[in-house]
Design a protein around this ligand. Structure first.
Ligand code: MG
Length: 207
């Protein structure tokens, strides 16, 4: 399986990251390998290669049907379950990569950089419209991120249609749909929880 991540998909996050309102014309995506998966609310160990390891809480869509160059209107057939994830990012290294025009793998694709919730919930159970979902992340009991999928620049159907023009999506692939505003640093001893429509899906320690 593979993990597709969307960057710069919420205006307020672009502002905090880039200090401007430059909205991408097409979805921006990158990938993480399966070795990046951190499952079952296992603890995340802060790697020693970064001095600014940050969380990005994201709505994660699981692909349920093969999608190759799919039209946007048929994209809803390709998924039916959603969960939450943390796109862990070595921000200091990412800023260097951006500055030097280099690829992002070393700051985004490292081991355990993609925490995903043990549970994925059927979209039907959540009301059926992925763009109406809300999620919340707390660090040490304090709310840091509040996500509202209606504020995505590119919705899930557009993302699937766009990405599948280049990369075939297979059953079990995960799409991290981008982070809302409020990203920040984690350090050993921190505790992350995140809920989707009031259900706590992520609950783990930073070590
Ligand atoms: Mg992200």
């Amino acid at each position: 399986m593979k993990i597709i991540c969307i960057g710069r998909n919420y205006v307020e996050h672009i502002r905090e990251l880039d200090g401007n309102d430059r909205i991408p014309e097409q979805p921006v995506f990158f990938m993480k390998p399966d070795t990046a998966l951190l499952r079952n609310n296992a603890p995340f160990y802060v790697p020693d290669f970064s001095d600014d390891l940050q969380y990005e809480t994201e709505l994660v869509v699981r692909i349920g049907r093969v999608a190759k160059a799919i039209d946007e209107r048929f994209a809803p057939r390709c998924y039916g379950e959603v969960g939450l994830g943390i796109d862990f990012t070595a921000r200091d290294i990412q800023r260097k990569c951006i500055r030097e025009g280099l690829p992002w793998e070393i700051c985004k694709a490292f081991d355990c950089s993609a925490a995903v919730s043990p549970e994925f919930v059927s979209l039907e159970e959540l009301g059926g419209d992925v763009q109406k979902l809300r999620f919340r992340m707390e660090l040490n009991g304090e709310t840091r991120q509040e996500g509202d999928a209606s504020l995505m620049i590119f919705g899930v159907d557009r993302i699937i249609s766009y990405v599948s023009q280049f990369v075939t999506l297979r059953i079990g692939d995960l799409i991290f749909t981008g982070t809302p505003v409020g990203v920040g640093r984690v350090k050993p001893g921190d505790h992350i929880t995140a809920s989707l429509e009031g259900r706590t899906l992520l609950d783990f320690e930073i070590k």
